[in-house]
Design a protein around this ligand. Structure first.
Ligand SMILES: NC(=O)C1=CN([C@@H]2O[C@H](COP(=O)(O)OP(=O)(O)OC[C@H]3O[C@@H](n4cnc5c(N)ncnc54)[C@H](OP(=O)(O)O)[C@@H]3O)[C@@H](O)[C@H]2O)C=CC1
Ligand SMILES: O=C(O)C1=N[C@H](C(=O)O)C[C@H](O)C1
Length: 272
């Protein structure tokens, strides 16, 4: 029998952490080999299956990422920016695949991942792991390239009321794609957080609006609004399992890749 890759999940008690553990446990292409939580978390030392309210899995939650990563082929990490930077360094030491779903990272924090990729980590990072959204980035780039600045680009995202970062990682991916299509830098045209007497909209800007409420999993619209018409590209995620399955696909794709930084377009073969 062929041995499947062992996977570690960080932020094991989180919304995505638990979803990832369920998906890995039901996959025959990989197995759950470690579950990591931060020091002091009350799940540390408990069986992850039991902590999640199910049956024993044989995997005890640990706060020792280095020890966990030494015995796996990939780590899937949906946590928080500073935690992800620390996990990247540990993944580099272990020479394993590091799938990063964490959003809300500043440019400076993203730059801090580069040394890990140079030192042996195979980093696959995306603000959204779904096929649909990654396809939508390509469509957004295409439509933005085809239309001139008479079409105002607005990105509207909606998420659950526990989300801590805005705009969402997905909205930023879509904004980058629109800016690329237009041949401009997103940082030069990004318009966020309008409030009060903002003045009229600047031609060529890419606007962002974030809605937070209830249990919305994740919805994104890219609107191209001109005199007399609007084109709206929309993605609706209705189940977090979508993101988890994308992350599992990335963990498998990364096996045997050279150390470096990749994204879901690489994994899904959508790079143009
Ligand atoms: N790329 C994608 O496709 C997707 C990305 N995401 C992103 O994934 C991230 C997590 O989302 P979600 O699961 O909803 O969030 P949760 O808050 O439910 O889970 C976050 C987990 O990370 C842990 N964590 C936070 N900070 C640290 C730290 N400093 N060290 C160690 N562990 C830490 C938390 O532990 P504790 O409870 O102790 O704080 C918790 O277990 C977010 O950035 C979100 O935007 C979400 C869905 C899809
Ligand atoms: O926090 C979430 O929930 C999600 N975060 C990602 C993002 O910031 O875009 C992906 C997805 O929309 C869910």
């Amino acid at each position: 029998m062929t041995k499947t890759p062992g996977i570690a999940v960080t932020g094991a008690s989180g919304r995505m952490g638990q979803m990832l553990i369920r998906e890995i446990t039901s996959s025959d292409k990989m197995h759950l080999a470690a579950a990591v939580e931060r020091a002091g978390h009350d799940w540390v030392g408990r069986d992850i299956g039991e902590a999640m309210g199910g049956t024993a899995s044989g995997v005890t939650v640990t706060d020792d990422a280095a020890e966990a990563f030494a015995k796996v082929q990939a780590v899937i990490d949906f946590t928080a920016p500073q935690a992800t930077i620390a996990f990247a360094a540990a993944a580099a030491k272990a020479g394993i695949v590091h799938v990063i779903g964490t959003t809300g990272m500043s440019d400076d924090e993203i730059a801090q991942l580069a040394p890990a990729a140079e030192q042996g980590a195979i980093i696959i990072r995306a603000g959204n792991m779904s096929l649909g959204v990654n396809l939508l980035t390509q469509l957004t780039r295409q439509v933005a390239a085809a239309l001139d600045a008479d079409y105002d680009i607005e990105i509207i995202e909606s998420h659950h009321n526990q989300k801590v970062d805005a705009p969402s990682g997905t909205a930023l991916m879509l904004g980058e794609a629109a800016a690329e299509g237009r041949g401009v830098k997103l940082a030069d045209v990004s318009d966020r957080g309008r409030d009060g007497i903002t003045g009229a909209r600047e031609k060529g800007d890419i606007g962002f609006t974030a809605i937070r409420g209830g249990d919305i999993v994740g919805e994104h619209d890219v609107m191209f609004a001109a005199a007399g018409e609007r084109i709206i590209l929309r993605h609706i995620a209705s189940d977090r399992a979508l993101f988890a399955r994308g992350a599992l696909k990335a963990a498998l794709w990364g096996q045997g890749q050279a150390p470096g930084e990749y994204d879901m377009l690489d994994v899904l073969g959508l790079k143009t």
